[in-house]
Design a protein around this ligand. Structure first.
Ligand code: SAH
Length: 355
């Protein structure tokens, strides 16, 4: 007997072919998508009454394990690819019940930012669109069992989304399509190190999807030290890009992410330069407390009074400014260290097995 390759849940033409051959009503497929992707029913419940369910692949990733924060209600989900690599997604619960999911777009990251564990991983593989959206499906299914709603989806996990643009865009299509996840594009945010052409294409194709830029400094030399890719995408280009993105996006402002590093970018003069640089752009600033990582012992996060003073200076200048909560620090949910170690072991194991 030949084994049949399972059909992806998102491969509508192939599902439809099977459906037509088996002569069942197209409504059955619509109903399955609705139950799974919009109600986040458990798999077995969603499959009730669905003929040929065994031919479908509902999940591109296998649930591996979860880590729950003991202090703040964050959960890190570890999900495994068919090759055994681990992906992390982080669920951030808030009291209102409307939770945020932080998804990964790659395993590892080629951007190699000085302060980021994912960038130090040394390997990178693009996630497929199915793998990206399965993080949403699995997190949604988990949250529903708690009576919570998945409200925001942020591409702030591992990877540089615009280094995997084609799959990112395919995933965004699935997330916002009414017949699939039907998620509001205004509740999706893509964070980038500053890949200008990708940002422009994203804003043109998905004008309601929010963009965030990891700026971290408006001094070219400092920024290059923190983010090697800053050489390729200099500050002048970034400035022009944000202005163009503002033109393309009628309903949203660009988020400026600014990591607060003691003595590197957190002085009064840094804030003054930032205010000047942002003049005329439609943005809001999100200051990020630094999560220390072992690979970058030379960086220290700014202390609270410094963060507060920096935020106050920006607000006084009329900039909408928030300070990001850092959740899940006790489970390394901020920087992906845990997965990094496990993936290294798996990569080594694979080499041993192969050789
Ligand atoms: N590649 C994308 C998204 C991934 S990281 C980007 O660069 O935007 C999401 C955010 O976390 C970025 O703003 C990134 O600079 C920040 N970040 C990375 N390492 C961090 C750390 N150790 N502590 C705090 N924030 C960090």
């Amino acid at each position: 007997m030949t084994s049949i390759k399972p059909i992806s849940l998102y491969d509508t033409p192939s599902i439809d072919e099977v459906r037509a051959a088996a002569r069942f009503d197209p409504q059955v497929i619509r109903s399955l998508h609705s139950k799974l992707l919009r109600r986040f029913d458990p798999d077995d419940v969603a499959l009730v009454g669905f003929p040929l369910g065994d031919q479908l692949r509902l999940h591109a990733l296998e649930f591996y394990r979860r880590y729950d924060s003991a202090v703040d209600g964050a959960t890190k989900l570890l999900l495994r690819t068919s090759a055994g690599m681990l992906i992390e997604s982080v669920i951030l619960r808030v009291e209102s019940g409307r939770s945020t999911l932080c998804v990964s777009s790659q395993i590892g990251c080629a951007a190699a930012c000085e302060f980021c564990a994912s960038g130090k991983m040394g390997i990178a593989r693009d996630l497929s669109a199915d793998e990206i959206v399965d993080q949403v499906l699995q997190a949604g299914q988990l949250l529903v069992t708690e009576g919570r709603q998945l409200r925001n989806i942020v591409f702030m996990g591992m990877g540089e989304p615009f280094h995997n643009e084609e799959n990112l865009f395919a995933a965004l299509e699935l997330l916002i399509a009414p017949e699939f996840f039907n998620h509001s594009p205004g509740k999706v945010l893509v964070s980038t190190v500053g890949v200008t052409d990708g940002m422009l294409r994203c804003a043109a194709r998905f004008p309601a999807v929010n963009l965030a830029l990891s700026l971290h400094s408006v001094r070219q030399r400092v920024r290059e030290r923190l983010i090697p890719l800053a050489k390729k995408y200099p500050l002048d280009d970034l400035h022009r890009t944000i202005a163009e993105v503002n033109q393309l996006q009628a309903t949203t402002t660009v988020m400026i992410e600014y990591l607060m590093l003691a003595g590197v970018n957190d002085g009064r003069a840094d804030a003054t330069d930032l205010i000047e640089w942002l003049d005329g752009l439609s943005v809001h600033v999100n200051l990020i407390p630094y999560n220390p990582i072992t690979d970058a012992p030379h960086f220290v996060g700014s202390d609270r009074p410094t963060c507060r003073a920096f935020a106050q200076q920006l607000r006084t200048a009329g900039l909408k400014t928030t300070v990001r909560y850092s959740l899940g620090n006790d489970i390394a949910a901020g920087c992906g260290q845990l997965v990094r170690q496990e993936n290294r072991m798996i990569a080594r194991q694979t080499l041993v097995d192969d050789g």
